[in-house]
Design a protein around this ligand. Structure first.
Ligand SMILES: NC(=O)CC[C@H](N)C(=O)O
Length: 379
């Protein structure tokens, strides 16, 4: 067996965890959050919404099924680092192309294993998400790692959507992945959807394509006029990293677009931006929601859905104007999970109906978006 390389995780509150390096050598700093998903580590690492965040996975065995080139949600790893309990000695899956440790090294991700992730998660739950530093290599230095974690400014006020967004418009034409078939091909498109890329996950775009949408992706800072030039049937507002509040460019474009009456659907950051554009406010949560097993209730039907979640900010229900109704709430903490405008065909969801990873039962929201476009077309 090859020699183990030491690594430490030092939280801003001074807690030190000693473990081993399973990724690149060096150090990384970010907001430490915990995710309770059992599978989907590759989708999590490549989700742009995790920019500037170090993810700890509460499930103890991570890496069991290796990594491959298909299960990615973007073109690279965005998470600032990875913390796990135990990396299995051997990965095993017919789709695996590379083990997790080699994948992390190849993608220059600093990562630590063999630490007590239950203790870490209890600290994050009690004190809230906080900054941390992983240092990996022969010369780990606790004092330096603590100073580095103190240098992290925090996510509040950070406008990251425009940093991770694409720079040029592009067409996305790949459908959902199916076992034995791979990614679906575009057949005929009934609707043209313009999707704002604030850090979009690919499976969202795939689910739109699979439902008969021609998808044009626009940079986060594209204006309403640029979007309208495509004569879209629908506007999609993507997920993305950072604080929604400073994204004034997006908020003003969304205001104009929603007013046109074109059906609009937002997910996660896109949901928070729709809330802001409608006059509500957002807040930073204590430790957020990150996982694939969160119960959310549809307030009208009372039906409970098990959902995928990844957010640290939320729209504040106390600030919703009269033309915004609450459609979904979290059954973990009562926080706001979905809204709909009562005066326009615009709605949004705080969790991840595209799953990836996670349960797929919230995919009904994509069908609702299609239905809104269908209704407007047939007027
Ligand atoms: N997944 C997302 O879109 C996250 C939205 C936002 N960055 C938050 O943390 O709440």
């Amino acid at each position: 067996m090859s020699k183990t390389i030491p690594a430490i995780l030092v939280l801003a509150d001074g807690t030190v965890f000693k473990g081993i390096s399973i990724g690149a050598s060096g150090h990384t700093v970010g907001e430490v959050v915990f995710n309770t998903s059992i599978t989907g580590y590759q989708e999590i690492l490549t989700d742009p919404s995790y920019t500037e965040q170090i993810v700890t996975l509460t499930y103890p065995h991570i890496g069991n099924y290796g990594t491959n080139s298909e299960d990615v949600e973007s073109g690279k790893v965005y998470a600032a680092g990875l913390i796990i309990r135990d990396l299995p000695l051997l990965e095993s899956n017919f789709r695996s192309e590379q083990n997790l440790s080699d994948y992390l090294k190849a993608n220059n991700v600093v990562a630590i294993a063999d630490i007590d992730t239950r203790k870490l998660t209890r600290i994050l739950r009690e004190k809230g998400a906080q900054a941390g530093c992983i240092m990996a290599g022969e010369a780990v230095d606790e004092a330096q790692a603590l100073a580095l974690s103190h240098s992290f400014p925090g996510l509040a006020g950070m406008d990251l959507a425009k940093v991770v967004s694409c720079t040029e418009p592009y067409a996305f034409a790949e459908g959902e992945w199916q076992l034995g078939k791979g990614f679906g091909k575009t057949t005929t498109s009934q609707f043209h959807v313009v999707a704002f890329d604030y850090g979009v996950k690919r499976n969202i775009l795939r689910m739109l394509v699979s439902r008969g949408c021609k998808v044009t992706v626009l940079p986060a800072q594209a204006t309403a006029e640029q979007a309208l030039a495509y004569k879209p049937d629908g506007i999609f507002l993507s997920n993305g990293p950072g604080d929604p509040e400073p994204c004034d460019y997006a908020i003003s474009a969304i205001k104009t677009l929603v007013d046109t009456g074109i059906p609009t659907f937002g997910i996660c950051l896109g949901h928070q931006l729709l809330a802001l554009a409608s006059g509500a406010k957002t807040l930073k949560m204590k430790f957020g929601h990150h996982g694939a097993n969160h119960p959310v209730q549809d307030v009208e039907s009372k039906r409970v859905y098990i959902t995928s979640q990844n957010h640290g900010f939320a729209a504040d229900p106390a600030t919703l104007p009269a033309n915004v109704k609450i459609t979904h709430v979290s059954l973990f903490d009562g926080s706001l999970q979905g809204i709909a405008r009562t005066d326009k065909p615009a709605f949004s969801f705080q969790g991840h109906p595209e799953a990836s990873p996670g349960p797929q039962e919230m995919s009904v929201l994509f069908d609702r978006f299609i239905q809104l476009m269908q209704e407007r077309k047939s007027i």
